[in-house]
Write a protein that binds this ligand. Structure first.
Ligand SMILES: Nc1ncnc2c1ncn2[C@@H]1O[C@H](COP(=O)(O)OP(=O)(O)O)[C@@H](O)[C@H]1O
Ligand SMILES: N[C@@H](CCOP(=O)(O)O)C(=O)O
Length: 312
């Protein structure tokens, strides 16, 4: 165990990118910062507007993620003092839960002597979250493409998307729990839908790697989750249909929603203006802005507790 404070800065993420349901994610420059140190009793301090109502005890997801990692390492989970500041709004489809899991795991992993590598943390975080797209993007930055095998092991490829790619998000002022938005999806799909899904996801990976925005425009299209979620997200269908006339490569539901994401390789102003108009038309209060892509993923720093050591 180490007697210092660990500071972990974790980017937000947008998952799926249309056709990459539960397999493709991209990191964005909005951050959750977790400070963690050993303590006599566990407590969680929440700072800032985006965490209202979250538990301030061992029920907090950041502690739960730390506890999960320690149990997998067969280490007794220490009492922890955790301070969290977050710019990622909850349950909007920008990966707040994935960032919390990565924050808790990376911080405690450092505190307890680094039992796991980054790749192993990716496995653990994907298991806990249930899908790898958010946690992988938050951990590695850029674009993350991953697949789960029958033994529940995740294989991934991580790469930087083209520099010209810009991301516009429209973040509504209402929440949609990922659990609820997963609940509306069918259990089974036809072969036609399966072939549509795998061909579009494959095309999307290739288009993102190559920077082929024309192919990306087709590749973003999805038949697996968006048709079943779109009724929960007013304005989405219109933006999906017409966004291309305002400079969008294409649009998608960000994660499980309700945030809408649109991609462009041009200046984003015209697209932002258009999306704002659509949201107004549907009476949705939303913040529509460009958010830069995060290319680095999680960053972990150690603050020595020399002053506290002297006092003890
Ligand atoms: N900073 C945080 N600290 C603790 N728990 C968090 C934090 N951020 C998110 N969570 C947990 O994740 C839930 C939101 O997850 P989810 O519905 O999947 O939405 P999102 O799209 O934001 O990941 C919150 O209700 C909370 O339980
Ligand atoms: N693949 C998941 C992604 C959920 O992302 P979130 O940011 O909404 O938690 C899904 O589509 O359910």
């Amino acid at each position: 165990m180490n007697d210092y404070e660990v500071v972990v800065k974790v980017p937000a993420s947008t998952a799926n990118l249309g056709s990459g349901f539960d397999s493709i994610g991209m990191a964005l420059q909005r951050y959750t910062t977790v400070k963690m140190k050993l303590a006599n009793q566990t407590k969680v301090n929440l700072i800032g507007q985006h965490q209202q109502g979250l538990p301030m005890n061992k029920q907090n997801l950041i502690y739960q993620a730390a506890d999960y990692l320690c149990r997998q390492a067969e280490i007794e989970t220490p009492q922890l003092e955790i301070e969290v500041e977050s710019e990622i709004p909850l349950s909007r489809g920008l990966g707040s839960s994935g960032a919390a899991i990565i924050g808790g795991m990376v911080a405690v992993n450092t505190l307890v002597g680094t039992p796991f590598t980054k790749d192993e943390i990716f496995q653990l975080a994907s298991e806990l979250e249930g899908h790898p797209d958010n946690v992988g993007a938050s951990l590695f930055g850029g674009v993350l493409v991953a697949a789960k095998n029958k033994e529940n092991k995740f294989t991934y490829v991580n790469f930087s998307p083209p520099e010209q790619l810009k991301v516009v998000v429209s973040i509504p002022d209402y929440e949609l729990q990922t659990k609820e938005a997963r609940g509306v999806l069918p259990e089974q799909y036809s072969r036609e839908d399966a072939v549509y899904a795998l061909s579009h996801a494959a095309l999307l990976s290739a288009a993102l790697m190559r920077g082929d925005f024309k192919a990306m425009g087709e590749a973003l299209n999805d038949q697996i989750h968006q048709p079943y979620r779109k009724h929960l997200i007013p304005g989405f269908e219109e933006i999906l249909e017409n966004g291309k006339n305002y400079g969008a490569i294409g649009a998608a539901i960000s994660g499980a929603g309700p945030t809408i994401i649109a991609f462009t390789s041009q200046s984003s102003e015209r697209l932002i203006l258009y999306i704002k108009q659509v949201m107004e038309k549907y009476n949705v209060n939303a913040q529509t802005i460009e958010i830069p892509i995060d290319y680095n993923g999680v960053v972990c720093k150690i603050n020595e507790r020399t002053f506290e050591k002297l006092e003890n």
